[in-house]
Design a protein around this ligand. Structure first.
Ligand code: 5GP
Ligand code: MN
Length: 333
């Protein structure tokens, strides 16, 4: 919990911070934000990750100093593991031998750390880093603010998803007060891709279809599409959300072929429909409205099984929210 994290930081000196493979805005932003906080307290700290930092996040202060590692290669008093459901998610060897501090905002997170601070009410781990900064009596510098803002804006879909709370907006407001320019961060995140993203979107959208109930949308991204367009990691960011623009669509499935017969599946939903439960039933996890997992098998068969389990999730949600059954009265939570 938070008080243990504060005590640890006060009593120890050298820290590493890491996050999951294929890091996202919350992973990178929160890790860098925490790194700046630790340094401002006179501690030794560095961010280590296994994979490349995607271009959108490279402009964050401190991003140039992130070290790419595949194994722990020096001594630390403790290693902070940000936004990971288990100890294997960072993809870094010998991590399990360290004093691990697990910081996450996913309810499905395992307690794999020596210290575990999980706050499922936080929109992003970034929000938790801000809280930590306040709890430890640190100053929210412009560097910390930019990193934390990046975490918030990416994990809330620009303050648009249901995880956006009064506290999220209050924190964002504080960050702008200390110098964050929201438009600069948004430009870096949303308007700095290559044409390959547009070309990929064209192909992916052509596969969009609805299930028989008309409430679930499904899209596919094949290996061939990636080859044809020269798309790179991250070019498909946010594509899964696109069918949700249709009012009647309450759940979306995005299946990305990662090798022949193996897929990364992203699920999204509106309001009370819990896709984290569906993802868990396939061995994955996530949040109520955004979750994912990996699966192998025949494409059509896998897809129809996902469809069936999603239909059940919609039925369960409809029991507590009858509005779900009446399309015209359905509103976003
Ligand atoms: P995305 O669809 O953007 O990859 O993931 C959406 C959410 O689900 C993220 O919060 C992510 O952490 C979680 N998620 C995605 N895939 C997995 C998975 O395989 N295991 C777990 N535990 N969570 C996942
Ligand atoms: Mn997050």
């Amino acid at each position: 919990m938070l008080s243990q994290v504060v005590e640890l930081i006060e009593n120890k000196n050298s820290f590493a911070i890491t996050t999951h493979v294929r890091p996202d805005g919350d992973g990178v932003g929160s890790s860098l934000g925490l790194c700046w906080l630790l340094k401002s307290l006179g501690k030794e700290a560095e961010v280590i990750v296994r994979d490349e930092i995607p271009p959108s996040y490279r402009q964050l202060p401190g991003a140039d100093e992130i070290r790419k590692v595949s194994s722990i290669d020096r001594e630390y008093d403790a290693v902070f593991v940000i936004e990971c459901s288990n100890i294997d998610r960072p993809g870094i060897e010998k991590l399990e031998e360290q004093f691990v501090v697990n910081i996450d905002h996913h309810a499905t997170c395992e307690n794999f750390g020596t210290i575990n601070w999980i706050d499922a009410t936080a929109s992003a781990v970034g929000e938790m880093i801000y809280n930590l900064c306040k709890a430890i009596g640190g100053r929210v510098s412009k560097e910390i603010a930019e990193c934390v803002y990046m975490a918030l804006v990416t994990d809330t879909g620009s303050f648009h998803f249901p995880n956006t709370t009064e506290r999220t907006l209050k924190v964002a407001s504080e960050l702008v007060k200390v110098g964050v320019q929201p438009s600069r961060i948004s430009e870096a995140v949303y308007n700095s891709y290559s044409w390959s993203r547009v070309a990929l979107l064209q192909r992916v959208l052509a596969t969009a279809r609805r299930d028989t109930t008309g409430r679930i949308a499904l899209m596919r991204q094949t290996l061939e599409m990636v080859e044809e367009t020269g798309a790179v990691d991250g070019d498909n960011n946010g594509f899964v959300n696109m069918p949700l623009v249709a009012k009647e669509i309450v759940a979306a499935v995005y299946m990305r072929e990662v090798q022949p017969g193996t897929y990364r599946v992203s699920l999204r939903s509106k309001g009370p429909i819990n896709v984290a439960r569906v993802a868990e039933s396939f061995g994955g996890g996530g949040h109520k409205n955004a979750a994912g997992f990996r699966i192998s098998g025949d494409w059509d068969e896998v897809e129809s099984e996902i469809e069936n389990r999603l239909k059940k999730a919609i039925e369960i949600a409809a029991e507590s929210d009858p509005a779900l059954e009446i399309e015209s009265e359905y509103t976003l939570a």
